[in-house]
Design a protein around this ligand. Structure first.
Ligand code: PLP
Length: 374
């Protein structure tokens, strides 16, 4: 099997897993307990918070642990809008459903939402962003990197615009964290969502960074954990795993990206040299190194996925299936480019070997040829 779906999720790194294991059965105490074991657990949790805050250049008390990207996105947007009675939110058409469906829910409650279009490479038009800001605008939520096409937005410029108009800026950095350096101060980010299972950490844990001074409604109501804002016994093993994974990914960003870029080039070059009517989606200059989105004219993504799966290659469609019909994804629709073909996402990483990259490419070419001949 060749796994090329790292944008969907990553395995837990072996070293990370080894660090986590004692926290399930030996150092299992509740981090809120006042006895020695509890205080020990708490010190690991607080140390993790400190390491994460150093990585993103913020204060320790601005890091909240959540159950992952979906919760962080929901909490940031809904929590801020409800607490501050926001009337207008600006986001983009290519956000993850964790953002889009939260916005749809807010629309039902009377909040106006502007979904900014993107250019054919997936970049938000910053002039359109400025033009969309009005006196009611209370929140801008634009993702750092897109999960389907890998396009990375100019978050520094978006942050500057947000600052100029004194509007908080939330960014969904679920695909970006661990793959690129993020400095929340430099980019003027007010809230940021992160998820551990995208950078070789465990599933079910994430972070919401909330800048001091930004007020959001509680996620839940209960005990005093996470400054009363997101109560519930802290999941110490997952926190320990997340921070170890984030630290390892952050320390190796440059090297990992170099390797990944080289492997991605092997795939793209081979496929483009051997097939006509193939389009590589996304922005070549502003993108995640391992996310490759390709549209193949004249075929359907479903068929290609099945053929590749039969060959032992795991990739994803850039499309969602509903009632047996392939629906072009909202991201591919928004870039409005070559969406008459089938789009797949091949997402690789530094663990992808040269041989695997070659096999992925050869199998794609073979499968597309056979589908086009049928
Ligand atoms: N946002 C983006 C951009 C994602 O890619 C994902 C997951 O695929 C999420 C949010 C949701 O994260 P989680 O799976 O941790 O809930």
């Amino acid at each position: 099997m060749i796994y090329a779906d790292y944008a969907a999720t990553t395995p837990v790194d072996d070293e990370v897993l080894a660090l986590m294991l004692p926290f399930f059965s030996q150092s299992f105490a509740n981090a809120s307990s006042v006895h020695t074991k509890g205080r020990d657990a708490s010190s690991y949790v607080e140390n993790a918070r400190k390491i994460i805050s150093d990585i993103f250049n913020c204060n320790k008390n601005e890091i909240y642990f959540t159950s992952g990207g979906t919760e962080s996105d929901n909490w940031a947007i809904k929590g801020y809008v409800e607490e501050n009675d926001v009337k207008h939110v600006i986001t983009s058409q290519i956000e993850h459903h964790a953002v889009l469906n939260t916005c749809l829910e807010l629309e039902k409650k009377g909040v106006r939402v502007t979904y900014l279009p993107v250019d054919e490479t997936g970049l938000v038009d910053l002039n359109r962003l400025e033009e969309s800001i009005c006196k009611d605008t209370g929140l801008i939520s634009i993702m750092t990197a897109n999960n389907e096409i890998g396009t990375v937005q100019d978050i520094n410029k978006i942050g500057e615009i947000a600052k100029k108009f004194n509007i908080p800026f939330h960014t969904d950095a679920v695909q970006a964290a661990g793959n690129m350096n993020i400095d929340v101060k430099k980019s003027n980010i007010s809230m940021m969502s992160v998820s551990a299972h995208k950078f070789f950490g465990p599933k079910g844990i994430g972070v919401l960074y909330v800048k001091n001074g930004i007020k959001i409604k509680n996620m839940l109501y209960g005990g005093a954990q996470e400054k009363d804002k997101r109560p519930g016994t802290v999941n110490t093993p997952l926190v320990v795993g997340m921070v170890a994974a984030l630290k390892k990914a952050s320390d190796n960003i440059f090297r990992n990206n170099e390797i990944t870029r080289e492997r991605a080039e092997i795939i793209k070059t081979y496929v483009l040299n051997n097939l006509d009517n193939v389009y590589v989606n996304g922005n070549a200059d502003h993108k995640l190194s391992g996310t490759i989105s390709m549209t193949f004219k004249g075929i359907q993504a479903e068929g290609l996925l099945v053929l590749l799966d039969m060959k032992g290659i795991c990739v994803s469609a850039g499309a969602a299936c509903s009632a047996g019909a392939v629906k072009t994804s909202h991201v591919i629709q928004a870039i409005n480019k070559h969406n008459e073909g089938g789009t797949i996402r091949i997402s690789i990483c530094h663990l992808t070997t040269v041989e695997e990259a070659e096999q992925i490419a050869e199998n794609i070419v073979e499968a597309v040829r056979s589908l086009r001949n049928n």
